[in-house]
Design a protein around this ligand. Structure first.
Ligand SMILES: NC(=O)c1ccc[n+]([C@@H]2O[C@H](COP(=O)([O-])OP(=O)(O)OC[C@H]3O[C@@H](n4cnc5c(N)ncnc54)[C@H](OP(=O)(O)O)[C@@H]3O)[C@@H](O)[C@H]2O)c1
Length: 323
């Protein structure tokens, strides 16, 4: 098969289309013939040499894919050759074929195209596991989403609205804020011009849950923006890893902070997240309440161009790559 490889870390042109050996599905794995994959911010870091795949994972980038089941490894039941699926991956989506633990497969939801389905697994699993399984966002509560127009943000807005929560978002332009409002956001905050802490407190008295991608840079302001009993779920460190935490403010608000990365979680935890997504999120997708947001779709050989686009942050939602 062919795959996008990274012979040497570097800029977008470090991504090289090359012939590589086919993966062989191990015990409990399914071989998927990839139809499409998606660019995630983590792929940019992997390309630059800052985010190695976890032990045992494919060396090629790609944290999600859609496609057709091509073969079953030993001990797999419940899936058949030819099934249309999408999958959460620890790597290897930018390739003709990928071997996936069976617990990380999902059927393509009804009403969603095979290519479009590649936009779902990573963002749905990340948002569901953090905002709902860890931070327990409830109907009527307020969620603040940083980077509302990102792949993650566009899914977080829709899922929170679908369960009856209020949503505030930050973004860096009025165009992006308008797109977030179209997806259901109640409040859009331009982080280049406005103080998100003051805006969220003024509109909602504080955020019950914050989905944060900025890390250190926003730590203090996020704690100030939390309501009493608020939960801050950190999933990205775009603004640095080390910050100062005012435990007095946390204590007074009975607040909690969590930080997780989906890619490195054990297989059983990923399977539990995927099962929860199939139970709770797939019906919302099939009813049309939640949909994949695709900015554009390029052939996989144009992966360097796709990385440039995501790096420049001109997109809204997901950038897909077809095989
Ligand atoms: N922990 C996990 O398991 C996990 C899983 C998936 C993703 N993530 C993280 O989630 C984040 C989003 O991922 P993605 O793939 O959806 O990326 P993406 O589409 O490239 O989005 C990046 C976002 O960052 C926003 N941003 C940049 N500076 C900002 C600031 N100062 N304040 C608020 N927003 C700012 C950008 O908004 P503007 O364009 O408006 O500036 C853009 O929407 C990344 O940090 C990624 O690493 C974590």
């Amino acid at each position: 098969m062919h795959a996008i490889t990274i012979p040497e870390p570097g800029g977008p042109d470090a991504l090289v289309w090359a012939e590589v050996p086919d993966p062989v599905p191990a015990e409990g794995e399914v071989l998927v013939e990839v139809a499409a994959t998606a660019v995630n911010r983590a792929d940019l870091l992997q390309r630059q040499g800052f985010y190695d795949p976890p032990p045992g994972a494919s060396p090629y980038p790609g944290l999600e894919c859609s496609g057709r089941v091509a073969a079953l490894g030993p001990g797999v039941s419940g899936w058949s050759v030819g099934d249309e699926v999408c999958a959460l991956l620890a790597g290897g989506g930018y390739a003709g074929k990928v071997a996936v633990p069976a617990g990380q497969l999902l059927p393509v939801p009804k009403g969603v195209g095979l290519v479009e389905a590649a936009a779902l697994p990573e963002v749905v699993c990340t948002v569901w596991s953090n905002v709902f399984m860890i931070a327990h966002l409830r109907p009527g509560e307020t969620l603040l989403v940083h980077g509302g127009s990102s792949g993650i943000g566009t899914m977080a807005i829709q899922l929170a609205k679908a369960v009856g929560a209020k949503v505030a978002v930050t973004a860096g332009s009025e165009d992006k804020l308008a797109k977030c409002r179209e997806l259901g956001a109640d409040l859009g905050i331009n982080y280049r011009e406005q103080d998100f802490t003051a805006e969220v407190r003024k509109a909602f008295g504080g955020a019950d849950v914050i989905l944060d991608i900025m890390g250190a840079k926003y730590l203090g302001r996020n704690v100030e923006a939390l309501a009493v009993n608020g939960r801050l779920a950190v999933i990205g460190l775009q603004g640095g890893v080390k910050g100062e935490l005012d435990l007095g403010r946390m204590l007074a608000k009975r607040a909690a902070i969590t930080a997780t990365s989906l890619r490195g979680r054990p297989l059983e935890e990923k399977a539990a997240i995927v099962a929860a997504v199939r139970e709770h999120v797939w019906p919302l997708v099939e009813s049309g309440a939640v949909r994949p947001v695709v900015d554009r779709t390029l052939p996989v050989r144009e992966a360097p161009e796709a990385h440039r686009l995501v790096e420049a942050s001109t997109h809204v939602g997901k950038v897909l790559l077809t095989l």
